[in-house]
Design a protein around this ligand. Sequence first.
Ligand code: ADP
Length: 623
Amino acid sequence: MLIHSNGQVLNYPPAVKNWSINHMSINSSALPFHLTDLSYLSLNSTLADLPTHEFEINPHTPGHIVATTFEDKPTLPGVIIREGDTVSGAFSRRKFLEYMGRPYGVEVFLKRPIQVMLDKINQPYLMLSSDCPIHDAAEMALRRPLDLFYEPIVITYPDHKVRLLDIYILLLAQSQLLTISYQLEQKRRHFAEALQKTGQVLTSSLNLAEVPQRILTQVTQVIYYERGSVWLRKENYLELIAQRGFPKDKRVNNLQIMIHTEQDDVFRRMMDNHQPIVIGDVVKETSWQQVDWLPLHHAWMGVPMIAQNQVIGMISLTREAPHSFNYHDAMWVLAFAGQAAIALENARLYNHIMDFNDHLEHMVTERTSELNQMYGILEKLNQTKSDFITVSAHELRTPLTIINGYAQVLTTNPTIQADENIAAMIDGILNGTNRLYQIVNSLLDVAKIESNSLGVRPEPIVIANLIEPICDKLADDLQNRQLTLAATNLNQLPELYGDVDLLIKVFYGLIINAIKYTPDGGKINVTGHVTDAQAVEVVVSDTGIGIDTAHHDLIFEKFYQTGELALHSSGQTKFKGGGPGLGLAIAKGIVEAHGGQIWVESSGYNEQTCPGSRFHVSLPLAN
Ligand code: ADP
């Protein structure tokens, strides 16, 4: 069976009649290398690159020449039988001697009719074309049965030439290629390791001023170069950002390379094709932009740094000797440049973020200082307002006391009392001054709370005893508005410490509010319990108009009201009567001065459905 190098199985050659030997030559000695020296081979080598032999016989070849020559050439692996242009058989030197030389000797045999021997001499041989890769050829040769191991390998050339290949040479070549592959593999592994290490080194820094220089140091792990530089791509030029091996010259810092629009421009090609470029000798490159003060290095390699499919820059390496970089070198550096681009991009992004952070921090500092200034101004204004409240409250109190005093006197005057109309007017004056008193007192309370001078005088108190007098006092008002006020569970509450007068103010205010914001006929309830947190919690609830959840915190601020201003001060217990907006602020100040808390619960404000409000006052129990 014959196997062609393209895998095609060939038939045995046809029988040849009238054989003689007409030509022979062994031209291996004429080859420009030693048989054993196959170091010139590369992974792409084919059978055409191997030393071969020619030894052909045909029906007209004289026998005696065959024998002499064959014996003189010990390396000749066998013979090819040809008839005209057709190879009709091939057999090994061993077979030749076996079948032809013995017992008659070659000369004798060749004078016999060759026909007799054909079935013996047409041993299966391997016919491969000269472009067959060496490794494939060796694989096919080795796949043959053991007894055919020495049978010739016939190589056919495109020009119809045929030559013999020694199996040893083929195996030697294969072994040489395996060595090359192994070395290449080693080199690749070394490179992969180097790449991993350099990757680590590169990405360990986010310092934009440092990364480009590191790239140049790390590229030495991959390839030797004499001058190296890293360039960053700007619009239509490249800017030098790091160099190694350049002469000490100030001009280095300003180096730029223009990227021309012409298609043959080296840098334009690199930017467009994203591929490395190797120039054997820059002197011969027409578009080369040689910097005149730089010592001339002939060999140049430029490798693009690609990030997110964009060429962001270039690594440029040079060697003085022409043609000292090859394309493989460039491919190694390209893999490295990928890492370099990532490191550079990371550093750039980091730099950008840091700049942005600085900017933000600067803005925050600016705003904070502005806010602090505003806050200072507001604090001053607030202080001025508080001072004004305190001063005016004090100032109002004196004339009020006088008015009130005189009005009191007038109520005891029989002449005035005799006149019903005047007596009613005096009553009106007294009511008005009392209301004013309350307001002035509230203002003074607020001022005291703000200046932390409330002066809490604690004594043992029983909550029920505080609430009862309030209920009594408001009995008429409740009746007028057909409201019911119930106090539940208060008697079971334990005694606690607090300022009686101040706490009465708190609960009085809450109950007054409940009256004010509950429509006629509604219900008010005051209840209490002891909480897990060792406190007494008193809850004043009503069936009133409720409070919008957005206002739950704000109502405890001084002067804050949610109702209509026009209704304010129109009567303390009138529905939605309003007030100066101080009640809850004072209550909060007093409760907190007792170490307690005050808050409200209400599902919202609605005058139709009246969801009601629940004010909680929590006061700590005495230890
Ligand atoms: P005012 O003097 O206006 O009553 P407060 O500080 O006592 O001031 O109350 C502040 C605001 O809280 C009131 O204007 C009112 O809108 C709301 N409010 C207080 N208590 C109740 C309540 N029980 N039901 C509904 N709204 C209330």
